[in-house]
Design a protein around this ligand. Structure first.
Ligand code: PGA
Length: 248
């Protein structure tokens, strides 16, 4: 056991194995604590995870009725029902297919008239829920988590961000393939919001993530690789496939 190593790393053969293993852990966590507070990501990587979670739910292995969810981030300027919103993404891939209680599903409202007040509301909602028990994260090829992009300084709390051109490009698939249609701004949980979760699992698959995974594990803690801050967390784990682990 490499118990001193932070974060722990679990390497599995491929994307499907990673999705199955993580879905199983989430189902087990809900089994142990039916009122689990779950932090959830969007992106390509979690799609297979959500498919596996829906399958476990259908087999009676994951009862979401008392689970509370908080998504990491949302685009500014889009009403929740917009097909490009992360809210719609989550409905399509997970929330519409499991027995979540609507009042326990939490999103940042990107269309809120006062973005700063909306960020404060979200922080308060997380605190009122008792904090996040299990935060699932994806990672950008540049090491970002949520919309906390590499920078000289990172934001601690939920905040408004201007998206980088590469981030808008990688989200273009939600907007008919046109990066210009991707909103220029978003709201995101901050680094301290994420790191306050009691347990964190970051999931990464594919060779494009290999070099940032290597920096997260072997590099120092640096704002230039926001995910490297997981090294400071007492219960953080990386679940990666062999392609994403090939530089370790
Ligand atoms: P991806 O995005 O799963 O689409 O690679 C991950 C992220 O940017 O957080």
């Amino acid at each position: 056991m490499s118990s001193a190593r932070r974060p722990r790393v679990v390497i599995l053969p491929d994307e499907t194995a990673v999705a199955r293993a993580l879905a199983g852990r989430i189902a087990d966590a809900i089994g142990r604590n039916p009122r689990l507070v779950l932090g959830l990501p969007t992106g390509r990587t979690p799609i297979e995870l959500y498919r596996e979670l829906v399958a476990l739910h259908e087999k009676g292995r994951a009862d979401f009725s008392q689970v509370t969810t908080f998504n990491l981030d949302e685009f500014c300027g889009l009403p929740p029902a917009d097909a490009g919103s992360y809210r719609s993404f989550m409905d399509r891939h997970l929330l519409a297919h499991v027995n979540v209680t609507p009042g326990r599903v939490n999103f940042l409202n990107g269309a809120a008239p006062d973005a700063d007040a909306e960020c404060v509301r979200y922080e308060d909602a997380i605190a009122r829920a008792g904090g996040i028990d299990l935060q699932v994260l994806g990672i950008g090829t540049n090491g970002h988590i949520g919309f906390n992009e590499p920078a000289r300084e990172l934001h601690a709390r939920t905040h408004r961000v201007t998206l980088k051109p590469e981030t808008r490009r990688s989200n273009a698939r939600l907007f008919g393939g046109d990066p210009a249609k991707v909103p220029a701004e978003a709201l995101s949980m901050g680094m301290a919001t994420i790191l306050a979760a009691r347990r964190i699992v970051l999931v990464a698959t594919g060779a494009a993530k290999a070099s940032c995974i290597e920096r997260v594990i072997n590099g120092g803690v640096t704002t230039e690789v926001p995910a490297s801050f997981l090294q400071l967390h007492a219960d953080a784990e990386l679940m990666v496939d062999e392609s994403a682990a090939r530089e370790l």
